[in-house]
Design a protein around this ligand. Structure first.
Ligand code: ZN
Length: 78
């Protein structure tokens, strides 16, 4: 077996920064994110490839849930 070179990616922002997966809402550290995506200038991190796929399928559906200054979606009235 040929050992693949270790994947190393070092980001300036720090890998222990806590973020939220916009799809499932799970908190995770950047360094442990399985995938990430830049959408409309904002970077999002995902716990798994399937969450990433869901986000890419409908980014506007998920992206608004992260971040504090967005208005709540009008889909659920209380
Ligand atoms: Zn997830």
């Amino acid at each position: 077996m040929v050992a693949a070179e270790a994947m190393v990616f070092i980001e300036q922002e720090g890998t222990d920064m806590q973020v939220t997966d916009p799809v499932c809402g799970m908190p995770l550290e950047i360094g442990k994110a399985a995938a990430n995506e830049v959408w409309q200038g904002q970077k999002y991190y995902f716990c798994s490839g399937s969450c990433h796929d869901k986000f890419r399928a409908a980014p506007d559906r998920y992206a608004g849930k992260v971040g504090d200054k967005g208005k709540p979606a009008g889909s659920s009235a209380r």
